[in-house]
Design a protein. Structure first.
Length: 143
């Protein structure tokens, strides 16, 4: 019995992309992020290939209503460094959610994706909104 590995063509991956609309209200941050990362990578598809960008588009709304478990609301911090001396900045989770809740979900999904050349392309297919979005309702209704 001969077994052959079939690889999908790049143009078929472009043609088979679908749109997924997710509502983040009362969803746990980590569980929603893993679901989004799987959709962006295309791991849910039958013809998934790790070295090809065959994922789908994802639209997430209501990120202001995200929740996290345990004491993370008080204990979680976001760290960044400018590269200069004393350039470290830490932002508590609560303050980041007040300022920009979309950044919290974006960072969570970005850090779940592999750090390679495909990550930027995959992140471009992710659209995140704080509240209900009206411009994508027509696309959702057309499905």
């Amino acid at each position: 019995m001969i077994q052959k590995t079939t690889l999908p063509k790049a143009d078929t991956a472009e043609k088979t992309r679908k749109w997924h609309f997710l509502d983040a209200s009362d969803q746990v941050l980590g569980r929603l992020s893993t679901k989004i990362a799987v959709l962006l990578m295309g791991k849910h598809k039958r013809d998934f290939t790790p070295n090809m960008d065959c994922g789908d588009f994802v639209v997430v709304t209501n990120t202001d209503k995200l929740r996290i478990t345990g004491n993370k609301a008080e204990d979680k911090f976001y760290f960044r460094h400018s590269g200069y001396a004393n350039g470290a900045k830490t932002i508590p989770y609560k303050r980041q959610m007040e300022q920009d809740s979309t950044k919290v979900l974006e960072l969570s999904v970005k850090r779940m994706l592999d750090e390679n050349k495909l990550r930027a392309k995959r992140m471009k297919r992710l659209r995140i909104f704080k509240a209900e979005q009206t411009q994508f309702k027509a696309a959702k209704a057309a499905k």
